[in-house]
Design a protein around this ligand. Structure first.
Ligand SMILES: N[C@@H]1[C@@H](O)[C@H](O)[C@@H](COP(=O)(O)O)O[C@@H]1O
Length: 254
């Protein structure tokens, strides 16, 4: 794991965008795994800016999003389909047919999970996966569990996640109880991974991901077993990392 601690949320996004842009520069037909939530917004803003200023080309890029709420149609402003259009896809030259997000409206979620996994495999797997992290150390919507979930599957959301995500809804009762999410194995099979976090409320989860026991009770901890992970966190989210780790990390001024 390489840990990058930044001074600000914007800097965190910039560092992540640089890695994504470098990936596309080296491999224009890259397959990206993408995340939603407030964390990656500064990364998307930066990528859009790089696209507009120096023409970062997304025309050959394929994307697979991590997850979607079950029962949410793509035109619902709370859906992850809508989020991705709003913050990223409508601002860049990606081809609509190259954009993939699990279908939260599918009749058969088992079949949808299988379809999604086959699509990823048919594209040769994910080159670079971007992740946020939940306060309970979930990645995608893989909640703390007794085992690591493998492939794309239906998840019952934890109360903590429902409460955390209720800020995007009128109130917690409107937050869907179920989601469809890439599994831990899907994520771990990606060639490169970036984990992003900002804010003091993520410090405990970041500590578990980087320094805690590898356990399905803290799903992000599995990333310690991945061969190429960059953890990019602002200083608030890095607050609980021990000095010796902080001592060997790059602290960028932003
Ligand atoms: N399923 C998403 C995750 O992919 C995201 O990383 C996480 C953190 O969200 P945020 O970035 O808004 O804090 O929770 C959501 O529930």
């Amino acid at each position: 794991m390489r840990i990058v601690i930044t001074d600000s949320y914007e800097q965190m996004g910039m560092e992540a965008a640089n890695i994504v842009a470098g990936q596309i520069y080296l491999k224009p037909d890259s397959v990206l795994g993408l995340a939603t939530g407030s964390t990656p917004v500064s990364m998307y803003e930066r990528l859009v800016a790089v696209h507009k200023t120096v023409g970062l080309d997304f025309s050959e890029v394929t994307t697979f999003n991590l997850d979607e709420y079950i029962g949410m149609s793509p035109d619902n402003p709370q859906s992850y389909h809508y989020f991705m259009q709003e913050y990223f896809f409508r601002h860049i030259n990606i081809r609509p047919e190259n954009v993939h997000i699990p279908d939260g409206m599918a009749k058969d979620m088992l079949a949808e999970g299988e379809r999604y996994e086959k699509l990823i495999a048919a594209k040769g797997g994910i080159d670079l996966q971007v992740l946020g992290i939940g306060q309970n150390a979930h990645i995608g919507f893989n909640e703390p569990d007794l085992k690591f979930a493998a492939t794309t599957h239906t998840v019952e959301l934890d109360e903590e996640t429902i409460q955390a995500n209720s800020r995007f809804f009128q109130d917690a009762s409107e937050v869907p109880r179920y989601a469809i999410s890439m599994g831990i194995k899907t994520i771990m099979m990606a060639e490169h991974v970036i984990l992003l976090a900002n804010g003091r409320n993520k410090a405990k989860a970041v500590y578990k991901a980087v320094c805690g026991d590898v356990t399905p009770e803290a799903p992000a901890s599995i990333l310690q077993l991945h061969r190429d992970v960059v953890v990019i966190v602002d200083k608030e989210a890095a607050a609980l990392l021990p000095e010796q780790i902080r001592g060997v990390t790059i602290t960028r001024k932003g």
